[in-house]
Design a protein around this ligand. Structure first.
Ligand code: SF4
Length: 271
């Protein structure tokens, strides 16, 4: 792997399989919002994220173990890795905590398999299976790392690598079943951004030309280091946009500015 290749967080694979746009919003544009599902997951992981280890009945358990793969360009943390020293050779098993119950899609399994690929490279071992522990069922679901799951995982890693290299957020595609469970639905606005992409493409250059001609900065349109109009967006979201101006796409800046542009009377203008 080249020195300047951007590492892919293991969590990005799950986001990628759920929705490539969600993956790009979180990992390229650093947009984050919490809903009930992410809050439950975060609380579950806070309990599991304490680095440590213990040994019971011949099984050595490591908690919050840092992982990396140079070959695949991955980095992350495993909730738990078990080393069963009662067997020869020692059997290694990654265990991942998840909220809810087993899901119809394979995102959780792909993330776990990616952890196994990291461990295989780090420890020079072969790992046959791991487990997902679901908060709702309070049970382990054994996951076998067969050829099919390994191939799917490598495909998702390759797709995520392409997304990171292109550094472009894909357009929104509204799917009620998926989007209504997505914590980023307000930032993404899939029903508006999906259907009205053509309209916004036509409008945005025209509005910009008018603003440049009049040398007017619209209330709520963030420039680097600009002040936040009251009520336009949250201060953290504003700071993210203005501090890392280069990293935030023009479309996202317009989305941040949208409330102030729609209701100019309710938001203070820039000094
Ligand atoms: S709202 Fe839908 S399209 Fe937008 S990021 Fe979430 S899942 Fe993807």
């Amino acid at each position: 792997m080249e020195d300047d290749v951007r590492l892919i967080p293991l969590s990005a694979l799950q986001h990628m399989l759920f929705c490539p746009r969600q993956c790009a919003l979180i990992h390229l544009e650093q947009v984050w919002a919490e809903n009930r599902y992410t809050a439950e997951g975060r609380i579950l992981h806070e309990r599991a994220d304490h680095i440590g280890h213990e040994r019971r009945r011949g099984i050595h358990t490591a908690m919050a173990l840092p992982l990396a793969s140079e070959e695949l360009g991955l980095t992350g943390v495993a909730d738990v890795v078990e080393f069963d020293e009662s067997q020869q050779p020692t059997v290694v098993r990654p265990i991942e905590y998840k909220r809810g119950r087993p899901k119809a899609h394979r995102a959780d399994e792909v993330q776990l398999c990616a952890q196994a690929l990291c461990l295989e490279e780090m420890l020079d071992v072969s790992i046959e299976q791991g487990a997902l522990f679901y908060g709702k069922t309070r049970r382990r679901k054994i996951v076998v790392f067969d050829d099919e799951l390994r191939a799917l995982t490598r495909r998702v890693i390759a797709d995520t690598r392409t997304l990171f290299d292109n550094n472009r957020t894909p357009p929104a595609v509204y799917e009620a079943k998926r989007c209504n469970h997505c914590s980023l639905i307000d930032a993404c606005q899939p029903q508006v951004m999906g259907k009205k992409r053509c309209l916004s493409r036509l409008l945005e250059p025209g509005i910009r030309r008018l603003l440049i001609a009049d040398r007017v900065e619209p209330a709520g349109l963030p420039g680097p280091g600009s002040a936040r109009p009251s009520g336009a967006v949250s201060s953290s979201e504003w700071n993210r946009s203005t501090d890392r101006d280069v990293a935030v796409s023009p479309r996202h800046r317009w989305r941040l500015a949208w409330p102030a542009l729609r209701h100019p009377g309710q938001h203070a203008a820039h000094p």
